[in-house]
Ligand binder design. Structure first.
Ligand SMILES: Nc1nc2c(ncn2[C@@H]2O[C@H](COP(=O)(O)OP(=O)(O)O)[C@@H](O)[C@H]2O)c(=O)[nH]1
Ligand SMILES: [Mg+2]
Length: 243
């Protein structure tokens, strides 16, 4: 396995977070991936200038690069473009996380350790003992938990947190799951990737994390993205992780 860890981070209007998150992530990667790492920011032409700020960071720090996409297409296509770039560049493990500090960069070490210990996919999980959410109102907690429970039941999967976006994949998983046919955009993208890994027999391990509400900037997710689940999940069930 190539020792190089790629961390793919999608951004849309994260100008208030980008510099701090890049610094925090690089500091962690120095510690937990000393044999080689690269941070890939995938920006969908953010109108607030996130892409230019990211370019400046990439020019002044080693191991940072930026993939600019011409239009906003949602999380799924941004991740797929980033994963493709990471695989083409020889990544051995590919991690993903949000740019808004909801995912604690310090937790990267435990995700990578789970993969080193034999998991094919490590999932940062809010809904296993030791995991949780901070600062969410009751409504958002209920919607998120109900969404995960619904996805789990519809798809018949044993994973507790199917919609989280803090993960690490072994390269072989991304090569095996036919990325070019993944179509989901929002939270469903996370569900579909995990379903595809499980149905191909890969070992998925949940690592407890505490998810914190963002301090700066605004969420890009809308009720429509949550509703995508009700249309897409039955389709994912029919296909059983294959297309
Ligand atoms: N490239 C790209 N990034 C996105 C898009 N939508 C959201 N993001 C990024 O994906 C991450 C998670 O989005 P966020 O709005 O925080 O979702 P929430 O945490 O579920 O409210 C953040 O880093 C966003 O900047 C998109 O359409 N394109
Ligand atoms: Mg967020």
């Amino acid at each position: 396995m190539s020792p190089t860890v790629w961390l793919v981070m999608p951004t849309y209007n994260e100008a208030e977070n980008i510099e701090a998150i890049v610094g925090a992530v690089l500091a962690q990667l120095e510690i937990c991936a000393p044999a080689g790492h690269r941070l890939l920011i995938v920006d969908d032409s953010s109108p607030d200038g996130t892409g230019e700020l990211a370019d400046h960071l990439a020019a002044t720090r080693p191991n940072v690069e930026v993939l600019h996409r011409s239009a906003r297409e949602g999380l799924g296509p941004a991740y797929l473009a980033g994963f493709r770039r990471a695989l083409d560049s020889g990544a051995g493990r590919v991690a993903q996380m949000d740019a808004d500090f909801s995912h604690d960069p310090a937790d990267l070490a435990r995700l990578l350790a789970a993969v080193d210990a034999g998991a094919d996919v490590a999932l940062g999980s809010r809904y296993v003992p030791g995991g949780g959410v901070e600062d969410w109102g009751v409504l958002r907690q209920v919607v998120s938990r109900a969404g995960c429970a619904y996805a789990r039941a519809v798809l018949g999967l044993g994973v507790h947190d199917l919609t989280g976006g803090f993960k690490c994949f072994r390269r072989e998983v991304l090569e095996a799951i036919e990325l070019e046919t993944v179509r989901s955009h929002g939270y469903c993208f996370q569900v579909e990737m995990t379903q595809r890994a499980l149905t191909r027999g890969f070992v998925v391990r949940e690592v407890p994390i505490v998810f914190r509400e963002r301090r700066r900037g605004r969420s890009k997710m809308s009720p429509w993205i949550a509703l995508e689940a009700f249309v897409v999940l039955p389709q994912l069930r029919r296909r059983g992780g294959f297309r």
